[in-house]
Design a protein around this ligand. Structure first.
Ligand code: SF4
Ligand code: SF4
Length: 347
């Protein structure tokens, strides 16, 4: 079976949790001697600033890559994307335990998926697999999955090379290899520099496979975190202006596209809930009389941060109502109905 040379990067848990460290060390020890794997360890991915050596190293990897972290796969993938570390999403066979308790998702109702804007720029011809270290407490499970991925990448590269050869027989006649090895990552990264401490951070990560560029988040956040790029696409412009512990805008996003990878609720931290349009989940709770509905929670969280900043609370008067007013006339959807109901409640 062909195996492709791939890079494996393990993102450590923040803190020094002994059980987590032990699992991390066992995985690295099992993989480090495998000839076609390049294994490195960096601090918690979410905390890496743009100048951290671990972040620079990740950016230098050109080929297929496996990233193991204590984050949901979707969160880790889009976290890398926002750092310009791009590739196609690699599907892992490693899944969370079936008894995973995702309380925010248990009442989910599948809904039609609106068209997402997708990632910015060109996606390089490589795959990035993001494995969640919480999916098993046995290091062998990760080692087996990484070996499977190496084979999958090798087969994919061989198939691509064969297809290229069919279209370019002249190249084959010249005896040139079409399946060139990927360039090695830069050699200038010492393990000590890779593992230099990184301070804790807190900011939103946008999942562009879900984001429809509705700009609700831009209107809702009053702390200047969001902006738009030259193509008028939503971006996190000033991510470190986000208020630590505040996940408010993720509750407002109609597509559940805003992830806070370290928030306690799996739905907000990037767990796959099997639905798009998470607000519907919260709507059912609101209309069922649950006081903890998403929108009122978001409004309260934003007000709390405004007051902490010495500013005035604004309630539900800024953001969502404005966005709803600007919508063209169309049959009322659940979001419209929610806003009307909140207005009637005087929120
Ligand atoms: S609210 Fe969500 S879907 Fe809308 S622009 Fe922001 S991230 Fe994208
Ligand atoms: S979590 Fe709060 S402060 Fe951070 S971007 Fe969202 S609304 Fe703004």
């Amino acid at each position: 079976m062909p195996r492709s040379r791939i890079t494996v990067v393990l993102s450590q848990a923040p803190g020094k949790h002994p059980v987590k460290r032990s699992l991390e060390e066992s995985i690295v020890a099992a993989l480090i001697m495998e000839p076609d794997l390049e294994v490195s360890v960096v601090p918690n991915l979410y905390d890496l600033g743009p100048d951290h050596t671990g972040r620079l190293f990740l950016g230098s990897v050109k080929g297929d890559m496996v990233v193991l972290s204590w984050l949901y796969p979707r969160a880790a993938f889009w976290l890398l994307d926002r750092n310009d570390i791009k590739g196609h999403f690699g599907e892992t066979k490693l899944k969370p335990p079936s008894d995973d308790d995702d309380s925010e998702a248990e009442n989910d109702t599948p809904v039609d998926k609106p068209e997402a804007i997708g990632p910015t720029g060109e996606i390089p011809d490589r795959h990035i697999y993001t494995l969640d270290l919480r999916d098993s407490n046995k290091y062998e499970a990760f080692v087996t999955e990484i070996r499977r991925i190496a084979v999958e990448c090798g087969e994919r590269r061989e198939a691509a090379a064969r297809a290229k050869a069919v279209n370019s027989p002249a190249i084959l006649q010249l005896g040139l290899s079409l399946n060139k090895p990927e360039p090695e990552p830069l050699a200038a990264f010492s393990p000590e520099a890779l593992l230099a401490p990184a301070g804790r951070r807190w900011y939103p990560v946008i999942d562009y496979s879900r984001c429809t560029n509705c700009l609700e988040c831009l209107d809702f956040c009053l702390f200047g975190v969001y902006g738009v790029d030259s193509l008028e696409r939503i971006i996190t412009e000033n991510q470190d202006q986000c208020k630590k512990g505040c996940p408010a805008c993720s509750r407002v996003c109609p597509q559940q596209a805003i992830i806070f990878p370290e928030y306690k609720s799996p739905a907000i931290a990037g767990a796959e809930t099997g639905v798009v349009g998470g607000l519907k989940i919260d709507l059912s709770r609101l209309f069922g009389g649950d006081v903890g509905d998403a929108l009122s929670a978001a409004v309260q969280e934003r007000d709390r941060e405004l007051v902490n900043d010495g500013r005035s609370a604004v309630g539900a008067t800024i953001g969502i109502p404005k966005r709803q007013e600007s919508k063209p006339q169309q049959p009322k959807d659940d979001l419209d109905k929610l806003v009307d109901d909140l207005d009637n409640l005087g929120l």
